[in-house]
Design a protein around this ligand. Structure first.
Ligand code: SAM
Length: 209
């Protein structure tokens, strides 16, 4: 089975049981919220275009609206059609769109100010590492300003680790991101088992054109 087929099979299994927050695989709504608030630090999203890769139920879009962030438009993508169905049901604003789309295999030209990825890389399959690298590279190509993504960390407590989760080495991940840009920020402060990387196209120290 391919990585995508395994992801689809897994999430469908959880969706069958319920369609609440638990299908995201987070421990609680609070831990999702903490991740979202960390991702907000990518920059000022007012009047900006946002691509949310692996949007799930579209909860990030809901949270942006709740925080009064007036983005220009938002596209949420996911490879699990049932997730997109739920997201469409839950979010009906006019500048929000949801699509079943794999950004690694699509012909559409994608270009957004910010690309956000909250948790699409965490499910363990034999291909998670290689898929994560491809997704990070593709997200960086698509972004005009920056990318923010989070991952579950190898530095988390051993006794809290689960079988189905893939844990990433934060230092290897940063080293990989540095092959694309040195304009990087890193945050491993908000949860013990999770980290966020921010990648930018232009550093503050470089003169604005
Ligand atoms: C942990 S859930 C997080 C959902 C949402 N971002 C959130 O934080 O509430 C991960 C989501 O990523 C999606 N996903 C996994 N691999 C993906 C890929 N390669 N491309 C797009 N979405 C993917 C899954 O279907 C699932 O909806």
């Amino acid at each position: 089975m391919t990585h995508n087929e395994l992801v689809i099979k897994n999430y469908n299994k959880w969706i069958d049981k319920n369609s609440g927050i638990n299908i995201m695989g987070y421990g609680s709504e609070l831990s999702q919220d903490i991740r979202f608030r960390t991702l907000f630090k990518v920059g000022d999203m007012t009047e900006k275009t946002i691509l949310d890769v692996g949007c799930g139920r579209g909860d990030f879009a809901v949270k942006l609206a709740r925080h009064g962030i007036k983005y220009r438009n938002y596209l949420g993508t996911d490879i699990v059609p049932e997730m997109i169905e739920i997201a469409k049901r839950e979010n009906t604003s006019k500048n929000i769109e949801f699509k079943v789309l794999d950004i690694l295999n699509c012909k559409e030209k994608l270009s957004f100010d910010y690309v956000i990825m909250c948790g699409p890389l965490n499910l363990k399959t034999p291909h998670t590492e290689e898929t994560a690298k491809k997704l990070i590279r593709r997200a960086y190509e698509i972004a005009k300003i920056g990318v923010a993504f989070n991952m579950t960390s190898t530095l988390g407590d051993e006794d809290k680790k689960t079988e189905h989760t893939h844990y990433f080495d934060p230092f290897d991940t940063l080293r990989y991101c540095a092959t694309m840009t040195r304009n990087l920020k890193f945050d491993h402060t908000y949860l013990p088992h999770d980290f966020t990387v921010f990648m930018y196209k232009r550093g503050e120290y470089e003169p604005h054109q």
